[in-house]
Design a binder for this molecule. Structure first.
Ligand SMILES: Cc1cc2nc3c(=O)[nH]c(=O)nc-3n(C[C@H](O)[C@H](O)[C@H](O)COP(=O)(O)OP(=O)(O)OC[C@H]3O[C@@H](n4cnc5c(N)ncnc54)[C@H](O)[C@@H]3O)c2cc1C
Length: 429
């Protein structure tokens, strides 16, 4: 059977690895961290997963927490923006099984919980784990012994061996200073139109300052909430640094909320951190790389997921993209049979993924700069018509649905008129 070596035991690497061992492939996953180190280490993400990527996890037999974790029950957006809009705009959607929408499952499983469990599952199915930090020499070694080497190393340094794709990159510097705080003790969401979400996400933006969102999750000590901070670099939210220690770090989180997101401060002021490693700070430039890596010995490796398509987390798409990339790569490997995994196959596989990823990248990048007229119109319309709000929120699962409306003002006008018309007819009936 064909031999596949994957660098990186993360969302994409483990999905591909588990999928392929189930089909009888000889798969080795190389990880720079053991399951124990991952479990006892620092948090890495807020890792919210939408319905489509969740369905792929199900297909790969990796939905391991459905019995003991409750998905979200709502999503609310608040754009607090006196400079750009003339008041606060809010919209929301009730989602999940408790609202009669079992097909709309969104959830977040701490990667410290998920990845160790997936590694054990992979080994149970016959996959081999190799614990080392891969470099060029190691890639050449893997390539000499395998039919295909995949680099699914996330933001790991080794990914920088893949050439940056200047044409596909929009930014050359970090656009947000990122922070995460895993907490317990948060009060439920009370939406502006009077709903209560016990397990809801809220997303808040203040142009010129940054964004703050918060979502329920399952962590190593049970259910929790994750605070996610996206501060404009050098701005007033750019004050989170893990080197300050967890106490001071969390004090600064509450300071940001009190000043810029007072309604969120009220929900959060009595929260405590889940653990001292439940915080991160950092920043990185969103970067697209070319998928084909040429090794010094003339061999090839292929980059997948964040290693080639790294987005800012402002739209919470990275793990979702990794799941989608894993599905595309898995299908392409199976369909390729015993033929060579050459540079054309690698490029074609990436191009198939890119059709799905490009709208995600364009939409995510648009959220990092001043909103365009079409986007302002959609958000203002969503405040008055829940159908428009739901249309935008569904874009988190499939950003392709947002196109061309998100960028084309005339298309946005037409869509808003159509959805307003539908609402008026329903109200009249
Ligand atoms: C603050 C923040 C919030 C986020 N929130 C969300 C969200 O809400 N929703 C969402 O969908 N995404 C979110 N993401 C993004 C998401 O976490 C990532 O996009 C996703 O985990 C990428 O999956 P991956 O498989 O490409 O890489 P990863 O999951 O990062 O896995 C890569 C693995 O490779 C290992 N590795 C690296 N280098 C080497 C090496 N040389 N040798 C061996 N192993 C190596 C790493 O240790 C790691 O285990 C967020 C990210 C951040 C930073």
């Amino acid at each position: 059977m064909r031999k596949i070596t994957i660098v990186g035991a993360g969302q994409a690497g483990l999905m591909i690895g588990v999928g392929l061992v189930r089909k009888g492939y000889n798969v080795t996953i190389v990880s720079d961290r053991t399951p124990e180190e991952i479990r006892n280490g620092r948090v890495t993400s807020s890792q919210a997963m939408q319905p489509t990527p969740n369905a792929y996890e199900r297909e790969f037999g990796l939905r391991l927490w459905e019995q003991d974790y409750h998905p979200w029950d709502g999503v609310e957006f608040n754009v607090l923006s006196p400079e750009v809009f003339d008041k606060q705009y809010s919209f929301n959607a009730a989602i999940g099984p408790t609202n009669g929408r079992p097909d709309w499952i969104v959830e977040s499983i701490d990667q410290r919980v998920k990845m160790p469990a997936w590694i054990y599952k992979f080994e149970e199915l016959g996959g081999k784990m190799l614990y080392e930090t891969a470099d060029m020499e190691a890639l050449e070694r893997y390539e000499a012994e395998a039919d295909l080497v995949l680099v699914a190393s996330g933001k790991g340094e080794i990914g920088k061996l893949l050439e940056r794709d200047d044409e596909k990159c929009t930014f050359d510097k970090p656009m947000r200073a990122l922070g995460l705080a895993y907490v317990k003790g948060m009060k439920p969401v009370q939406t502006k139109d009077g709903k209560t979400f016990n397990r809801g996400l809220t997303w808040n933006g203040v142009p010129g300052v940054g964004e703050y969102f918060v979502c329920p999750a399952l962590t190593t000590s049970g259910e929790c909430e994750i605070m996610i901070f996206e501060g404009i670099p050098g701005g007033p939210m750019d004050i989170l640094d893990t080197r300050d220690g967890p106490g001071k770090y969390f004090e600064n989180c509450l300071k940001i909320l009190k000043e810029f997101f007072p309604h969120e401060y009220e929900r959060s002021k009595d929260c405590v951190l889940t653990d001292d490693l439940g915080i991160i700070s950092g920043r990185f430039p969103p970067t697209i790389r070319k998928p084909v890596m040429r090794l010094h010995n003339g061999g090839l490796a292929m980059g997948v997921a964040d290693a080639v398509c790294l987005n800012d987390p402002i739209t919470g798409q990275g793990s979702c993209n990794a799941s989608k990339f894993a599905k595309v790569t898995y299908d392409a490997i199976i369909n390729h049979g015993y033929r060579d995994f050459d540079a054309d196959w690698m490029q074609d596989t990436f191009d198939t993924y890119w059709k799905m990823a490009k709208p995600v990248v364009d939409w995510t990048n648009s959220m990092l700069v001043e909103p365009q007229p079409a986007q302002m119109k959609l958000m203002i319309a969503a405040h008055d018509n829940p159908k428009v709000g739901e249309f935008i929120i569904r874009g988190f699962d499939d950003a392709g649905r947002l196109m061309p409306y998100w960028f084309d003002e005339a298309a946005a006008d037409q869509l808003i008129a159509q959805l307003n018309d539908e609402t008026a007819k329903e109200e009249a009936a």
